[in-house]
Write a protein that binds this ligand. Sequence first.
Ligand code: NDP
Length: 265
Amino acid sequence: MSDWYEWQQAPAGSYAVIGDPVSHSLSPKMHRAIYRELGLKESYEAIRVPLADFDLAMERLTEIGYKGLNITLPLKFKALDWCRSTDSERYGSINTLRLDDRAGANTDAPGFLATLSGLELKNKQVLVLGAGGSAFALVRALSESGFKVKVYNRTTEKALRLASAIPGVEVTLEPNLEGFGMVLNTTSAGITGEKLPLDWSRANDDCVAYDLFYSADLTPFLIDPASQGLKVLDGKAMLIEQGALSFEWWTGRKAQRSAMYEAIQ
Ligand code: NDP
């Protein structure tokens, strides 16, 4: 069995994560662990879908029986355009689709918020790096939860677009880390092993460095703050929460987070 498929070669199945790239995703391991735990005969694959092929891929995956998809980069905005009903429109992107009625949900936002409860952030100023699909949802979630958000993105125009859609959000042209309670990396730079050029010596002592990306070792983004003794968190906890919420949205059944956690260690 292959670890992932091109959409044209994907076998018939029930659930999958689609994106480009998708080979790094731990979602298959995690969802299969839920199925084992609950004795469900479902399948979960990783399928590469380039942005330009999105509509054709959705047609094919629907035809061959897929019931639900998780959506990863760079397809989350496209998924919102594709779906016919959602109560997550304000998050600006969709990471969970039901195919038979083209319904969509964003579980990134509530999944991310669930991971903040253990951090006890007293300083509510957050610097968000990146302005892609995940940033849009998380900035909305942070703003609605009383955080004051500044956004920095390599392409300033996208940061401005994000800020214009969410009241109270500011854009900064320089990622100065001073004064923030949390610096949240939503860029995909880590996928290629790239480390963002940031001066962590300016960060507050109680600043939490949070990377949405995850890997077996410390992610490139987290290396410098960890060496400075700052609290760091990668994207695995959020991966579990958003995946559990997707499963619950699709099936109405409770997901076993402990089994999911064990599966991705
Ligand atoms: P998008 O493709 O929508 O956005 C990517 C963002 O990263 C853009 O703002 C882009 O900037 C920026 N970027 C890409 N490469 C670089 C670079 N080399 N230097 C600086 N900025 C860069 O992706 P998503 O928002 O869907 O996902 C972003 C990341 O978050 C991914 O790593 C993904 O795996 C992770 N993620 C993790 C989740 C979890 O559960 N743990 C859930 C969701 C996402 P520009 O606009 O200039 O192109």
